[in-house]
Every structure is written in C-alpha cells, then in structure tokens.
Design a protein around this ligand. Sequence first.
Ligand code: ZN
Length: 304
Amino acid sequence: MKTLVIGLDGEDNYFWNIGDIGLQLDYYGELETFYSTFPSFLCSLTGKRYAQRMQGDFSSHRVVGHKMLWDYLGDIRQTYINIPATYPAEEVNGSFICGWKAKSLDSNSVRPISLIPKLEKLGYNFGKDLFESPAAEGRWDDFLNEGIKQIHMRTKAIKYLAKKDKPELLFAVYTTTDECLHQRIETRLGKNRIRTMNEILSEDLSSIIDEIQPETTIFFSDHSINDMGYHGPDHEETKWGTWGLITDLEHIPPRDKAHILDIFPTILASLDVNIPAVEGSSLIYSESDKKIFTDRLRRLGYLS
Ligand SMILES: [Zn+2]
C-alpha cells in the first residue's frame, strides 16, 4: 500500500506523548483546523475551506461543484472507512463505508453492497448511540469499554479491507476518540480512562502499520477538545489539532505547524498524483518532485 491516512477525531499533540506507544513518527506537529469535525474532514477530502453553519449541521457531504479526493484518483484502488461528512456511500475502485448519518449496514452506507454480509460477520457497526445510555447513567467504565470495542472493531475493518481491496490508498477515521474526549473531565471518564483509551488506540495503530506496511502513513485530527470537553468556534484553543507522518518521502521544511488545508495535497503527493490549485501545500515531496530536483541538480553538475 502506498498511503494509509488515519483520522483521529478530537486528538491533539498529547496523543503522541503517552510513553512507549510503539508508534515511531518521522514528523509531527500542531495542526490548525476549523474547530469542528464536519468542515475539517470535508477539507481533508477537497482541499477547500468550510464553515460549520450551525450546531448539528452534519448533512450530506455533497457540496455542489466540489471535486472530492476520489474524483482525482481515477482507477487507483482506494478504501474509505468511517470518514465523517461522507454520506451516502460512493462508488470507488475499492470499498466505501460511510461515517455519520449512516445507521445500519445498507446500500446507502456501504459500497459495494456485496461487502455488507462480510462487515456483518466482522461485527461492524456505526456505534454512536452505543455511548448514550452509559453516559446518561454515569456508567463510565462501561462507556470506556464500549469505546475500546469500537476502536478494535474499526481496526479489524481496516486490516480486513487492506487485505481484501489491496488499495493504494486506505483512509479511515476513528471517532471513539471524540466520544471519549468530550467526557474527559474527572467526574466522568477522567484522565486515567482517557489515557487507557489512547494507549489502546496507539497499540492498534502500531499493529495496523506492522501488518500492512504502508509506504506513507498520514495521521491528522479535525480539532482538539478543551479540558471541559468542548470544542468549536466558541473555544478558540480547540482550533489546534495534530498531524503526524511516517514516511520515506522527504518532509518540506520548516513545517511543524501545519493547517488542515495541507492534508489534502499531502495525500495526493504521497500517491504521486498531481495536486490541483489549492490553498494548502503538501508536507512532503512526491516521488516526481524528487525526480525533478535530482534531474535539475544533475544538469547543473551537482550530481553525477
Ligand atoms: Zn466532537
């Protein structure tokens, strides 16, 4: 696989600081975002800016006239799992499982539909409601256990589809992180349970990378969450999420701080696909960039 993209809903730079997590990043830093999930994930799929118009404005991703990532990739094998702001499912050369608005495994949320019985066997579900009663009843251990189950279920789906689709690009999002971080205050999930959730997610991510060996892995989040469990334009500090890279491609310096607008061109560069005119810029040089530089240096006599 060329590129694995992992969305970490609601995480910030602290995610990388949890001790021996097995994930060895080549580069990472703070990511400026649009404070909330819908505009940020949509931006990662188009390279454009979006505003969240109202609370709960999580309708279809089909913004008229906006070309989406898969429209740029043609026949490249590609797999999408649980990206918020994608509904209904798209026909791509690979698999597409929606995030948000998807409630059950049906033809609106899964393509191709032949995948549905296989996902049922895996125990795949969309999960959001599963957190509601433990939260309402204050059963925080149950809440955490539900979250961990969701993380493992998503991990299973990633590994299964990586093997089945053999995609060049696999783009998957973990949303349990957001569910848990919203409840981070001590009277609810609290620090220790959040730490456990992050450790388990890190272990799962390491095991995915070990198993599927992508050439480049791009991690990013869509916003962070403050100590009280909130995010959005009313909470300025939550504009900063995180990004990380594991890649042999060269990083374009000096970029510890990046913008969510940079994620889309970075994905295209990692796949060696031409980047259209967008506001953001890639965090890495593509293989063809590298070839152009080397040829130029050779012509100028700096390389033999
Ligand atoms: Zn949230």
